[in-house]
Design a protein around this ligand. Structure first.
Ligand code: GTP
Ligand code: SPV
Ligand code: MN
Length: 614
């Protein structure tokens, strides 16, 4: 038996409730050792992980890891929200009673960390001093060293974050046990994996993975699911899968902040890290705040909505990251950054990494190259030759201060005042480049009907369209009707509310499939129009589904888009939209207690489409 008290004393971990919690799970999991982690332990833990073969070196100050080949993404079907209140059940949260799930998870975890070290990772999901700090502290217990190294990059980690809590009990209990990955029955009826958030008890119990959001519990389990629930229960804030950026107009000195919800693998990281297109770079500068999560609250002093990024790092999709699409990301993962790559291709001789879209063609000399499963590319059979080298959901993990354009005030405890909230998904037709609306209910309605083609960030089939309200479908922790009402309540308190818009970078030509809009850095052009529209400097064209830019209002200097493609992405296909309204009606009907204001917005848009003069 480990002497828990002695270890916690030596680590200076004083919070009595945290100590009880650690002792309880040490007993349950049967871990052979306990270690308390601070961010300053990073170098030592990296060296240990390299020595143990859990990480491979990928150049100076860069690291590489592979996950078990069936454990490469969040698993939505195995993710459950469990509370003591059946009213919390929604269409998407896989609600179960806490009384059923807690004993089940305790049983799965019993003895499951035998022979391993249980790391105690105290963390904070907020800039220190934030008004939402009471919701931000947590302690992850994990039996995987690589998970600890990811947490150090993604969250603020150290015992100080939990020793000095005003309410010593207000921390999230987040237990991660990896389990025997090769014998969990992935995808079968006997699937042993359970990713459970006991939201009203602020306890997260994840069993059966060591990948991404399944295992780094500060990120989406706490930062999104738990925090969304806390925001609702307290009535105080929203926690959303949103990126957050600033646009500085160097000519006027003004600064604008935009938050945006895009479903997983639909472009948040790329947008948040974007640079202005070269032709506009003299005037505009983009600042990075966050790429995956924003917490939003309304400051009653000035009536504005404020947002901050609770994370401390970036867990970004590798695919298609290159000098042209995202030079900022490449700088953030350069030598010396301490980046950890997961499931990209790796050269065991040169220690280089590669992923699809890093360069136009894969390296010519196959010597030393291994695919994401560790198999030599040169020895691939004919059948495997077309297979990607890197997993489509392969990722890089790097701390925020490696991002060259990170905003000076990214850790401002209050966050930054929001000028706009945008929604966008991968949509191959119908959705124009950008459409704006000033009405709050219409904005929330638009968020609730956000849809996207499925991607590899969650297990699923690529190319299928599915609705993903506010980009929160996989992270919804309570009833969707209540969620919409909470949005109306919180933002309804703002006297100077953000404008809303829907954007789409992914419309395609129906014949040859090319993207009609060049995307990436050019996306700033749509955001600049939105800001101009909000300021009354652009009028746009009103349509039944919002105001869209006129061609001459878009700053198109240096933009490679054909006039025909531009016409398509700046127009509304009324027939296709009418069909969409039918789908939306079915979609919204799944949600009980959906506020009448949302139904009214839906009917208004439907009527306007009927009335549209074709
Ligand atoms: P999660 O981390 O899963 O929540 O994803 P995300 O929303 O941050 O998505 P990310 O920015 O990582 O982009 C996902 C994929 O979309 C990457 O392969 C990008 O290269 C691609 N992508 C991003 N922006 C654009 C764009 O404007 N146009 C096109 N065509 N592809 C884009
Ligand atoms: C996503 O899938 O939306 C992510 C990665 O941001 S994970 O943390 O694995 O959820
Ligand atoms: Mn995400």
């Amino acid at each position: 038996m480990v002497d828990v008290d002695k270890i916690l004393d030596e680590a200076g971990l004083k919070n009595p409730q945290v100590r009880d919690y650690v002792a309880h799970w040490a007993e349950v999991t049967g871990a052979a050792a306990i270690e308390v982690v601070n961010a300053s332990d990073d170098a030592r833990l990296l060296a240990e992980a390299v020595a143990a073969g859990e990480l491979l070196e990928a150049g100076e100050g860069r690291y590489y890891s592979r996950s078990y080949y069936k454990d490469t993404a969040r698993s939505e079907e195995r993710t459950i929200v469990a509370t003591n209140n059946p009213q919390d059940a929604g269409a998407y949260n896989n609600w179960r009673p806490a009384s059923e799930m807690k004993p089940l998870l305790e049983e799965k975890m019993r003895g499951a960390s035998q022979g391993k070290t249980m790391y105690v990772v105290p963390y904070l999901m907020a800039p220190p001093g934030s008004p939402l700090e009471p919701y931000a502290a947590g302690v992850e217990l994990t039996d995987a060293r690589t998970v600890v190294l990811h947490m150090i990059r993604m969250a603020r980690v150290g015992v100080d974050h939990i020793n000095n809590l005003a309410d010593q009990n207000s921390f999230v209990r987040a237990v991660h046990v990896t389990g025997d990955l090769e014998n969990l029955g992935h995808g079968t009826d006997e699937d042993q994996r359970y990713f459970v958030t006991c939201a009203d008890e602020r306890t997260i119990l994840h069993f059966g993975s060591s990948y991404g959001g399944n295992a780094l519990l500060g990120k989406i389990a706490h930062g999104l699911r738990q925090a969304a629930y806390d925001g609702f229960a307290s009535g105080k804030f929203l926690a959303e899968q949103f990126m957050l950026l600033g646009i500085v107009d160097k000519e006027t000195g003004k600064k604008y902040h935009i938050a945006g919800g895009f479903p997983s693998a639909s472009g948040k990281t790329n947008l948040a890290m974007t640079l202005a297109p070269d032709a506009l770079g003299d005037r505009y500068y983009v600042e990075f705040y966050g790429d995956d999560i924003a917490w939003i609250w309304v400051n009653e002093e000035d009536g504005r909505a404020y947002a901050f990024n609770p994370e401390n790092g970036v867990f970004g999709v590798a695919k298609d990251t290159n000098e042209k699409t995202n030079p900022t990301a490449l700088d953030s993962i350069a030598e010396g950054t301490g980046v950890i790559f997961t499931n990209v291709a790796y050269n065991e001789k040169t220690h280089e990494v590669w992923w699809e879209g890093k360069t136009k063609n894969p390296p010519e000399d196959l010597d030393g190259w291994l695919d994401w499963k560790g198999e030599a590319i040169a020895r691939r059979g004919l059948g495997e030759q077309g297979e990607p080298w890197a997993h489509p959901n392969s990722r890089f993990t790097t701390a925020l201060d490696n991002v060259p354009n990170v905003a000076d005030g990214y850790d401002d405890p209050r966050g930054v005042p929001l000028d706009a909230i945008i929604f966008g998904g991968r949509t191959r037709d119908r959705e124009p480049l950008v459409r704006a609306f000033t009405d709050l209910a219409e904005g929330v309605y638009d968020g609730m009907t956000l849809g996207a083609e499925a991607t590899f960030a969650a297990e699923g089939v690529e190319g299928q369209l599915r609705y993903d309200p506010m980009s929160m479908r996989p992270f919804m922790s309570y009833n969707e009707g209540d969620y919409a009402k909470h949005w109306l309540d919180v933002l309804g308190r703002a006297t100077d509310a953000p404008i809303f818009a829907h954007v789409n970078w992914f419309q395609r030509d129906p014949e040859d499939g090319h993207f009609l809009w060049p995307g990436y850095r050019d996306n700033l052009r749509a955001l600049l129009w939105l800001v101009a529209f909000k300021n009354g400097e652009a009028k746009g064209t009103p349509t039944p589904v919002g105001v869209i830019p006129t061609e001459d209002e878009l700053l198109l200097e240096g933009c490679e888009v054909t006039p025909a493609d531009l016409d398509t992405i700046l127009s509304i296909d009324v027939d296709r939209w009418k069909q969409e309204m039918g789908f939306r009606e079915e979609h919204l009907k799944q949600f009980d207690r959906l506020p009448e204001a949302i139904w009214e917005a839906h009917r208004r848009v439907a009527q306007a489409l009927e009335d549209a003069d074709r």
